[in-house]
Design a protein around this ligand. Sequence first.
Ligand SMILES: O=C(O)CCC(=O)C(=O)O
Length: 337
Amino acid sequence: MGTGFGHQGWVGLDHQPEAGVLSWMAQVERGERAAQGALSRLGFLARLNYAHFYIHRIRKHSNDPAWLGRAAQMERWLTEPLHPHPAPTERARKYLDMDYHVERAVLAPAVVGAMRDALFSQPVYNDPYIPGWEYRGHPDHCAHPMLYMDPQSLMHSAPFLAICANPDIITFCREVLGPAAAISWAWSWISNPTAQNYQNQNWHRDSSEPLNFIRIFVPLENIATMEDGPTALIPGTSGHRDFYDVRRFSDEELAPLQQAKGAGVVMADVGDVYFVNTFSIHKGVAPRKRRAILTLLASINPSHRTPTLQRLPLTQVPEDLRDCVAANRRFFRYLVR
Ligand SMILES: O=C(O)CCC(=O)C(=O)O
């Protein structure tokens, strides 16, 4: 089955949702996925097309914050028709107003250190902004602006699962997104200093993520100064009905908005976690020193990439996390079967 209909029509087993994410066929060819029977393939195609349609036809129907707000509300009603969301907690209300929230010292430094070690010892890195680009070797020997960990290896790794199982992360996601909140994707990457801002180091809004979502940022090293490349955002802009065309924005263009709303950077140490509505205008400040970060996507519907992730059987989840995963099956539904 081909993908000749672009983003408009059905997609097949060769569909690659974005650079750095392998199609079903590529996973089979590389020996990373069993070919499976016809029924499993049909199930995969149903999930892939659902997610593809949801993101490319519904989410991307418009980038107008007013339309997106109504669509997100409708999605919440449809997801939990019998259990409307409880009133948000005070911190969730603040997050909804300000587009960010910081929790300090919620992760054990050893877990964050293990995640950092995993990121720095990968056999291969990709760049989701350059289709087909790969680097094989130690990150110390590559000055490419961003080195991303393979998503499948990331989401199967023990430290990643331990971070997702953190009760403070699970609770906050549910406070904002309701009981259907689930981890639906993740990225971990190394940013190298560069002469010019690279890709998401320019002001932008994330415009391909599900209607109800949170990005959770886990610094793998302390982010204490501007040199460390903190995340910057203009708070309260997720509902702002200007600058919502899908592109990057310059400092000059945004200067009046920044003056009106204030722009800030999030400084965070290892162990801290910050939650951002990245539909607000934001960027990663280009670091002057190498920076390593993990970010999780939590949502109530899948992202267009989610079905390509091979879910881990519960028996393959590290033993010390199994009870937590079993007690929070819905939160782990896209990661663990
Ligand atoms: O690197 C950061 O701090 C922000 C990342 C970002 O803007 C993005 O992934 O959309």
